[in-house]
Design a protein around this ligand. Structure first.
Ligand SMILES: [Ca+2]
Ligand SMILES: [Ca+2]
Ligand SMILES: [Ca+2]
Ligand SMILES: [Ca+2]
Length: 264
């Protein structure tokens, strides 16, 4: 009888040891998994509140809409690429507003020469004069170079919209961003309507845009590629400070985008 009791006790002990060992190995596996798949956490910076437009601004390149009278200008004031430039070469400022259906941007750009070297919108699109709009729908930050975690919409002078997709090729995303530009002398007024898509967007499929809501945060930046007749762009001027030596990171990493907060 004693022997049986001893054997039962021994088996129970072994069983509990086995359970401990297996729980322990599971914990190790989980921690290794955590380390190999780091969750990106964006540190919000340049946090700006964006006002809701009660009346949708008319996309006509004229800034007389009620919302543009109520919102303030921000500057394209960060040189991301190129030599120092003069006011006569480039000056830019912009405003942002929102409705549940889209983000609206007004940009006033002073550029003494509008240059469209490559008529094909998918050839070296960044070397032609273009406005670049950076959107991260869920403000996640992180790499988006060949994914739809965020978008870097290059809006060309002819209104074509280009970004790289998951196949690492440029695609036209003209249904994401609509624009109207009116140029008088060296000043262009651009109005944009940006329909927001999140990382579930799949090119060639039916995709539902994000319905924007009060207090929603988005990653946002805007920039201008200025070329006045050179083989390659001469300047790239953005809206947000990028720390470190390499400033041209917006097209790769959504961590450098500022953060906008949608307000009534
Ligand atoms: Ca307008
Ligand atoms: Ca220029
Ligand atoms: Ca994202
Ligand atoms: Ca130019």
């Amino acid at each position: 009888m004693k022997k049986i009791t001893f054997l039962v006790a021994l088996s129970l002990l072994l069983l509990s040891c086995k359970k401990d060992v297996s729980t322990h190995s599971k914990n190790i596996a989980a921690s290794i998994e955590k380390k190999t798949i780091p969750q990106n956490v964006k540190k919000d910076h340049q946090i700006r509140e964006v006002k809701k437009a009660v009346i949708v601004p008319k996309l006509d390149g004229i800034m007389d809409d009620p919302i543009w009278k109520e919102t303030k200008w921000y500057g394209f004031d960060q040189k991301w690429l190129g030599e120092p430039y003069e006011f006569s070469d480039f000056f830019g400022r912009y405003k942002v507003a929102w409705t549940p259906e889209a983000l609206y941007i007004l940009a006033e750009i002073k550029d003494q020469m509008l240059y469209d070297q490559n008529k094909d919108p998918l050839i070296r699109w960044w070397d032609d004069d273009c406005v670049e709009i950076f959107i991260d729908a869920d403000n996640s930050g992180g790499n988006h170079q060949f994914s739809n975690n965020a978008f870097a919409y290059h809006v060309a002078l002819d209104g074509n919209v280009v970004d790289l997709d998951e196949s690492k090729n440029p695609v036209l995303l003209n249904h994401h961003v609509k624009t109207k530009r009116v140029t008088n002398g060296d000043v262009s007024v651009w109005e944009f309507e940006v329909v927001i898509y999140d990382d579930s967007y799949t090119e060639g499929k039916v995709n539902d845009p994000v319905v924007l809501e009060k207090d929603q945060k988005l990653g946002f930046a805007i920039a201008y590629n200025d070329n006045d007749g050179s083989k390659e762009r001469e300047n790239f001027i953005g809206s947000v400070f990028v720390p470190g030596e390499e400033k041209n990171l917006g097209w790769i990493n959504a961590d450098v985008f500022g953060t906008i907060v949608l307000k009534e």
